[in-house]
Design a protein around this ligand. Sequence first.
Ligand SMILES: Nc1nc2c(c(=O)[nH]1)N[C@H]1C(S)=C(S)[C@@H](COP(=O)(O)OP(=O)(O)OC[C@H]3O[C@@H](n4cnc5c(=O)[nH]c(N)nc54)[C@H](O)[C@@H]3O)O[C@H]1N2
Ligand SMILES: Nc1nc2c(c(=O)[nH]1)N[C@H]1C(S)=C(S)[C@@H](COP(=O)(O)OP(=O)(O)OC[C@H]3O[C@@H](n4cnc5c(=O)[nH]c(N)nc54)[C@H](O)[C@@H]3O)O[C@H]1N2
Ligand code: SF4
Ligand SMILES: [Mo]
Length: 847
Amino acid sequence: MHIRRRDFIKASAAAGALLTVGCSPKMNALQPAAGNAAHETGEAPGEWVASTCQGCTTWCPIEIFVQNGRAVKVRGNQHSLANNGYCCPRGHLLLQQIYDPDRIKVPMKRTNPKKARGEDPRFVPISWDEAMDTIADKIMELRNNQETHKYLLMRGRYSDHNYLLYDYLTKLIGSPNNISHSSICAEVEKFGAYYTQGYWGYRDYDLDKMKYLIVWGCDPISSNRQVPNAIRKLNNLLANGKVIAIDPRMSNTAAKAHRWLPIKPSEDGALATAMAHVILTGGNWHKEFVGDFKDGQNRFVSGRTVNEEDFRENLTNGLVKWWNLEIKDRTPAWAAGITGIDEMTIIEVARGLAAAAPHCGVWYGPHMQPRGSYAVFAIHALNGLVGAVDSEGGVITYQSSPYSSLPKFDAYQDELAKAGTKNKKIDHRGTLAFPALNKKSGGGVVTNNVANGILAEDPYEIKMAVGYFNNFNFAGTEAKRWDQALAKIPFFVHIVPMLAEMSQFADIVLPSTLHHSEQWAIIRSAANTYGHTSIQQPVVKPLFEAKAPETEYVWLLAEKLKAKGFPNIYEYLHNEFADPETGKKPQNSVEFSLFATKIRSRKAWDPKENADYKGDRVEGWEAFRQRGVINSPAFKPRTLWEKGFPTETKKFEFYSETLKKVLIEHAEKHKVSVDEVLKVTNYEVSGERAFVPHYEPPLRHGDRTTYPFDLIDMKSRFNREGRSANLPWYYTFKKCDPGDLVEDDVIQLNPADAARLGIQEGDRVQVSSVIGSLIVRARLWEGVQPGTAAKCYGQGHWAYGRVAARDFKKFEPRGANFNEIMPEEYDRLTGATARNGGYTGVSIKKI
Ligand SMILES: Nc1nc2c(c(=O)[nH]1)N[C@H]1C(S)=C(S)[C@@H](COP(=O)(O)OP(=O)(O)OC[C@H]3O[C@@H](n4cnc5c(=O)[nH]c(N)nc54)[C@H](O)[C@@H]3O)O[C@H]1N2
Ligand SMILES: Nc1nc2c(c(=O)[nH]1)N[C@H]1C(S)=C(S)[C@@H](COP(=O)(O)OP(=O)(O)OC[C@H]3O[C@@H](n4cnc5c(=O)[nH]c(N)nc54)[C@H](O)[C@@H]3O)O[C@H]1N2
Ligand code: SF4
Ligand SMILES: [Mo]
């Protein structure tokens, strides 16, 4: 970009103004971008270095401008087809994360044995050597006592190297307890695509060719999984197609959409089944995908059953069964009474979607509701009904991108470790009440139940735990259970860049590098119809004594264990992780993390390993490191149509034989009927309807008389998952979310409700649920419907740094964390923690 002299003077003036508020001009993000110019900000030469942002699960390939060793600016990777060189607003916040004055600088150990919320751990600095020595001793103690299964690893966000720390190390030590955060994240939504089309994963969207988009229970231009792409592409769709948003509150996307359907919380199944009813009775399903009546006469008439033999299905299974079991009675008039959306709107939206078929789709979010799995089952069935699945302009699966396997660890696992891993897991997955289904019973995780397992010592006590990149004491509902559980664990290690609530219970805290800018790894994701493999590298030198948990920590621990007579892990790392370029074996933790990254990414850069690859190609590791991203080939529509879906029937299943099989397996394992399973797991359905997408009424905590409001929880545009709360810019820009305010944490109430309760803008209100109360400020806003109250997640930290606190020393939070008052509840079929669907009834009163 050419900058005229006058503009340059203006920009310098802006930089000068920033200086007076304590921001170095070199940190100034307001200056015009200058392509790849060496002088990106200020005078000093610098360069753009590729990495990957992990501010949310978009995992954008990015570049960070580095000047004098400092990260000063962020942009999307110019080679990335997922985000086309852009990053979202909160991508820029990572600079404040790097230079957060509250970062942990050195390892620390606890000197106050008492563990409780508000109890000062009295951490004192120690060396890495002492820290690792202590940790290794604890592991040796477990091994000597043959109780390695009492070791627990809890993982939050992660890179492609997570297998090393989360999986392999846990198994080499000898424990079954590697617990991920997945089921406090978004597991429910995967149920929809898995039990219809055999795909356990997030969906991508062909937005360029789409004509009609329904955004359902997510907010793609602000959150979800491809924010920069959604921001870029929505304009075109708004101008040339239609965008509908279905959300109890006016989300960022709803504010821009042609229509916003403010649905009553947890009634998504009613709306989706009614839309299917409209599409079928109107004869508007996608014939090529679904098939048709043999004589071409539409027999789908409200309330009447249809003969299965009269319909010839093409690429789907069980359409008529689904109609007979469920859809025939799900009229739009019926749904209008339940969802709060009028009949005409339901009809118009369903017809609009079908009229654009197959260049259309439903983009749905986590639906972490107590009965969310059947809601997303019904929602995704709509994508099948209109043939949008795997279609041009439709809803597609993630395209894969290259990676290589890590070396196998099995040969290094000794008998003791093998025996240890055979124990039951602490999260109760696969038990009668927690099916946690995916491909099999117990295939998922029940993250939030781990606290209960620890407290009840069921199936046994946990003696040692390690956590990284997570903060379950803040992120899990009924959060205080986590305080009690972690207080009970005799030895806990937390590996994080800044203190968090979880760290308050640690015996040792280790300073972690930041994934996005200080360590080696690769990350794989997809967006905009392309998959990508993207690098993470030490763009800047890790601050203070920070080290990478997934690689360096594992190496350092292996060294210590070897010295204490348990060499297996060291031998695995030392023997198997030779540099693929030179054959040199790693000698230290830094080399190990680099070699592991080269090994993991080898298919992305080594011409010998990827001769047939049709996506981006680079010549060698150094070229990959510099470019930072490998894009997959373009998506080819209808590949699955031709190949068949990986389901039991090889079809897209409206009647799910795949679900039936796993439910029966689960029931037989526990010697009960499927109906019994559904009852124990809090579903109302019985019989054959369990195998089709169907309506389940909401499950709610708190009676409507005492707790009249449904609590809606959402993500702010500026939440970097749980990690923005100590960043000043988070508070500065918060107003960008509709209905929100800067520098505050507000609960949004409909003005009519507020008037009734005598509440005015800015009043402090007490919000109470069946498990507790919190105090926040009221914000009156038409963007929430009467009877609901909404607040974004992110604030209310009592131990997350000085910006996040009102008074850090006194453990007083700034704002409120509704996980304190949201009761522990699950969608038990997937093991997912409920937080959506207004399942928490609350009362609100002015104080
Ligand atoms: N009420 C409510 N609860 C929610 C949500 C919600 O919307 N509402 N969202 C849920 C969702 S979707 C998720 S995914 C979970 C997330 O919940 P968790 O998995 O618990 O993760 P965070 O809270 O994001 O993690 C914050 C921790 O990561 C550390 N950290 C930050 N960056 C790094 C890094 O680069 N490396 C390492 N090692 N550590 C780092 C921080 O110091 C802090 O300890 O929360 C869930 N909880
Ligand atoms: N800005 C931002 N983006 C993020 C993240 C972040 O922290 N911040 N985190 C990333 C992660 S880890 C995840 S898992 C994804 C998830 O992100 P999204 O998929 O966007 O979902 P959430 O914001 O968790 O989902 C809640 C949405 O559902 C709505 N909702 C609540 N109850 C109901 C209901 O009963 N029916 C309907 N139809 N809607 C309801 C809420 O109003 C809100 O819009 O986002 C990722 N992207
Ligand atoms: S926060 Fe998410 S969408 Fe934004 S740049 Fe980072 S990874 Fe991309
Ligand atoms: Mo998540």
